[in-house]
Design a binder for this molecule. Structure first.
Ligand code: GDP
Length: 444
């Protein structure tokens, strides 16, 4: 998961500050030096990191936070605000044309996730806006790319325009746009060719397509896993082509995440979406403030709730939320959630969006696979209806009975009950607006 190291290093740097009774300018500089190193290690661009530290320092000293109450808490806030500002402050939606179709031209190096992103975006527009997109396959150098787009289009029932690999890309786009106008498609996505690196020929071809298609949006896909190169790629494409936005892909992978922090500052162009998996639904709007909270280990609960709402049955989700608020959430609901969560991707990624969890040592044990789910289910099924509603009934003798009934050791039963209680308590606090700072940061 992205940002793991960055989060823990920033938290450690901040802790040094909070350990002190009074914070001096030297203490602040020491902390900022650590944060700067953490940013560089996370592949944040050098100039970006330097600017960031300068801004935080100026703000902290300017606002005289060191002399006020809770200086370390205030520094956390400044760091949070500055991270948000660096990533562009607000989410920026896709450009939309006043006449149809809105034309979105995709660009990016080979393997960055361009074709996958076309499918994700078109599918999102279709689902949310009832859009009728057309996808144009203009990557004629890789026959597999056209097949890939066609197969994604088939799966999603979204039409794909192609003329095979024999035609000139500019002509394909021209013909595709003509068809889109005839069929009144409201969005057109142009899947262009990529190369292993930026070169003249590629850029010229993209410029030719741009000139002819006059796109409303030129979206660049960059692979977050490529570290510093992701930012450099964005700079290169922006200088040569003038992009309007970025989709940062593979943020689910083991990336250090620096590109998310540098791209806006280096190119002046917003990251509009992030790709967080290979599935067609693994695309999220990029919210700078949420991302900043996530980087600081303060969780990304809003995204979690949105994801939950999207993947869960909405009615059930709101019932569960109400139960959490009223603290009447029981094992039956827990079981229901477990079932739903199974369909939602790696548990570990979900848990990390909860405040304080990103850096919680318990995360090391949080890798819950399908087998663990069935064990948890077996344990809950071995409880009586009364026990499922009231965990306080679960005396040691009953726990032993449940262990025998489910075929799991007593320690597993105890662990599950503990997890359930912790989750209920944490969610209760959170849904009632008593979240506070996450563990490890509350004393800052
Ligand atoms: P293109 O050459 O730029 O069109 O790249 P593709 O769309 O073919 O993607 C290259 C590979 O990256 C494929 O295996 C995709 O499944 C994978 N991919 C794309 N986006 C993501 C993402 O957000 N997360 C992960 N984990 N994989 C992705």
């Amino acid at each position: 998961m992205a940002f793991e190291n960055l989060t823990s290093r920033i938290q450690t740097a901040m802790k040094t500050l909070s350990g002190k009774g009074k914070v001096s300018e030297t203490d602040l500089d020491e902390t900022l030096r650590e944060i700067r190193l953490a940013l560089l290690e996370a592949d944040v661009n050098l100039k970006t990191a330097r600017n960031f530290i300068k801004q935080v320092r100026d703000k902290a000293l300017g606002a005289k936070v060191l002399e006020g109450l809770n200086p370390s808490e205030q520094v956390v806030k400044i760091v949070n605000d500055q991270l948000t500002a660096m990533m562009g402050e607000k989410a920026v939606p896709l450009n939309k044309s006043s006449k149809i179709p809105t034309v979105i031209m995709m660009a990016g190096l080979q393997g960055a996730g361009k074709t996958t992103t076309v499918a994700k975006l078109a599918n999102r527009l279709k689902d949310e806006n009832h859009a009728r997109p057309l996808l144009i396959a203009a990557d004629v150098y890789r026959p597999a790319a056209i097949e890939q787009l066609k197969s994604l289009g088939d799966q999603l029932s979204i039409p794909v325009f192609d003329e095979g690999v024999g035609e000139n890309p500019r002509k394909i786009v021209e013909d595709g746009l003509k068809q889109a106008r005839e069929n009144k498609n409201d969005y057109v996505f142009i899947d262009t060719a990529g190369r292993l690196q930026i070169d003249q020929v590629l850029m010229q071809e993209l410029k030719d397509i741009e000139k002819m298609a006059e796109p409303d949006e030129i979206l660049l896909t960059v692979d977050a896993m490529t570290g510093q190169n992701a930012t450099e790629t964005a700079r290169g494409f922006n200088d040569a082509l003038g992009i309007t936005g970025v989709v940062l892909t593979k943020l689910d992978g083991d990336t250090r995440g620096g590109a998310a922090l540098s791209i806006r500052e280096v190119t002046g162009k917003p990251i509009k979406f992030v790709g967080e998996g290979e599935k067609v639904t693994d695309l999220d709007v990029f919210y700078p403030d949420r991302m900043a909270s996530r980087i600081l280990g303060m969780g990304d609960v809003l995204s979690l709730i949105e994801k939950t709402q999207k993947d869960f049955d909405e009615k059930q989700a709101s019932e569960q939320l109400q139960k959490l608020q009223e603290n009447t959430f029981d094992f039956n609901d827990f079981l229901e959630q477990l079932k739903q969560i199974q369909n939602m991707g790696p548990m570990e990624d979900m848990l990390k969006m909860i405040p304080g969890m990103a850096n919680n040592p318990a995360m090391a044990q949080a890798q819950i696979g399908p087998k663990d789910f069935s064990h948890m289910e077996a344990i809950v099924y071995s409880m009586t209806p009364g026990e499922r509603v009231d965990p306080e009934l679960l005396t040691p003798a009953r726990r032993r009975r449940i262990a025998a009934g489910s075929g799991r050791p007593v320690v597993d039963v105890n662990r599950l009950i503990k997890q359930f209680k912790q989750m209920r308590q944490m969610m209760y606090k959170f849904t009632n607006g008593k979240g506070g700072l996450p563990a490890g940061m509350e004393d800052m």
